[in-house]
Structure formats: C-alpha cells, structure tokens
Design a protein around this ligand. Structure first.
Ligand SMILES: [Zn+2]
Length: 236
C-alpha cells in the first residue's frame, strides 16, 4: 500500500504518530509520513523517529516502485508498532522558503525573458537555478531581483490542487521546464498555485504565503554554456 504523504497537502504538519506497515534491513515504512522524499532540486527531509523512549535519526528516505516511502534508520521496530516521526523543522522551513522563491523567480524569468528552467538545487545556505538562455546582463539580474521581491513581500497564499495526467497534458501554461516531466502521484499531477501570481506543476514543499520567504538577493551568476545560465539566490 502506498504511503500517505503529509507534505503534499499539509506541509506545515511536520510531525505525526503513525503505524509501521513494513520493515526491511535498515529501514521501515509507515501508514502516513511527513517526510519529503526529495526531487525537483529539493533535498529530502531529515528527522527523528521515536519509539519506546528512544530517538533515532533518519538521514535518508526513498520511494519504491509501489509508492512506499522507506525511512532509513537503525530503530528496532516491528510491523504494527506505533512510532512518532518528526521532520527537522527548521531545515524544512528554510528549504521551503527557497523553493517558494524559485517559483517566483522562474515564472518572472519565463514571462519577461522567455527563460525556461533546465535545473535547480536548494540547500540551507542558498538556492540556484539554471535557465536555457544565451545571455545574461546586470540589468536583467537587477530587474529580476526587484520583481521577485515585489512578489515575495506580498501576502500571496500558496495552494495545492490536482489534475489528472490527461488534464495536465492540455495545460502547457503549468510547465516551467521542457526536459523533465512533473511527478505524478496516485495518477495525478500536483499543481502549486501562488494566488494572484502563478501556478505550476511541482511535487515539493513550500511556505504558506510568499511573505514568509522574505526578500532575496541574486548574489551570483555563472555562464554554464551557450544556452545555460545559472543564478544564485539567498535570503537578504
Ligand atoms: Zn515547488
């Protein structure tokens, strides 16, 4: 049975008490997990599993072909046992803030500079994003930074909704990259909407409103090839 993934619809819930449904060497699966499994340039969550008065680190999770999330841990658990799972909240929040900022930046880059994403990476210190464009100049960077902060300081709530794969195929406006298919979960594509600004297909975690990101600076850019330019952002 596939794992119920809390982060998809209630990313603010980073803790849950749930039941172990399967075990394997060095890991276990549960009915409901708050752990983000990684993807789209966002690293997987880390955290703790508590059981029987002991706390054990979870530094890695993965998903198998049946959509079961496996938590890597040395915790001794058995099927049917109740466990308390807690995601490292501050780390998740930082990654979610960067992730939300990248949505704003990628939409502005596509709208104003016809720049499609070719890659992205988030960390706790900074985030970077690659665009398929031939040129980059300081005026463009400062324009993007300015526009990005205009959106971020607004109180734009973030919403989640779902389309079937067939419905999604009709919605080219929800794509920000040409070379990667968005993740489908239980046959549906998740759409992340920043109210009053944009909507795009995405499987990651985000903050609840853009003002939680605060302002950002584009502090560096790199030429990664004729059709590839990399921008780095961090919190101001
Ligand atoms: Zn996203």
């Amino acid at each position: 049975m596939s794992t119920e993934r809390l982060y998809l619809n209630t990313p603010q819930q980073t803790q849950v008490v749930t039941q172990v449904v399967a075990t394997r060497a060095g890991g276990f699966a549960v009915h409901t997990s708050p752990f983000f499994v990684g993807g789209g340039g966002q690293p997987m969550d880390t955290g703790v599993v508590s059981v029987g008065g002991g706390n054990y680190r979870i530094e890695q999770v993965d998903v198998d072909g049946d959509d079961v999330v496996w938590h890597h841990s040395a915790v001794p658990v058995a099927v049917g046992q109740s466990v308390d799972l807690v995601v490292d909240k501050q780390r998740r929040r930082t990654l979610s803030r960067y992730h939300t900022a990248l949505h704003v930046l990628n939409t502005l880059a596509l709208t104003h500079y016809n720049a499609w994403i070719t890659g992205a990476q988030m960390s706790e210190e900074y985030a970077r994003i690659d665009f398929a464009i031939e040129w980059l100049d300081p005026a463009m960077l400062s324009d993007l930074e300015c526009r990005m902060n205009d959106v971020l300081v607004g109180y734009h709530p973030v919403h989640y909704r779902y389309l079937t794969i067939a419905e999604f195929a009709q919605r080219g406006d929800l794509l920000r990259t040409k070379n990667v298919h968005p993740p489908a979960y239980r046959g549906q594509v998740r759409v992340v909407e920043i109210e009053g600004f944009d909507a795009q297909a995405c499987g990651g975690t985000h903050v609840e409103s853009t003002h939680e990101v605060g302002s950002c600076v584009i502090y560096k850019s790199e030429n990664k090839g004729k059709q590839n330019k990399r921008l780095y952002i961090r919190f101001a």
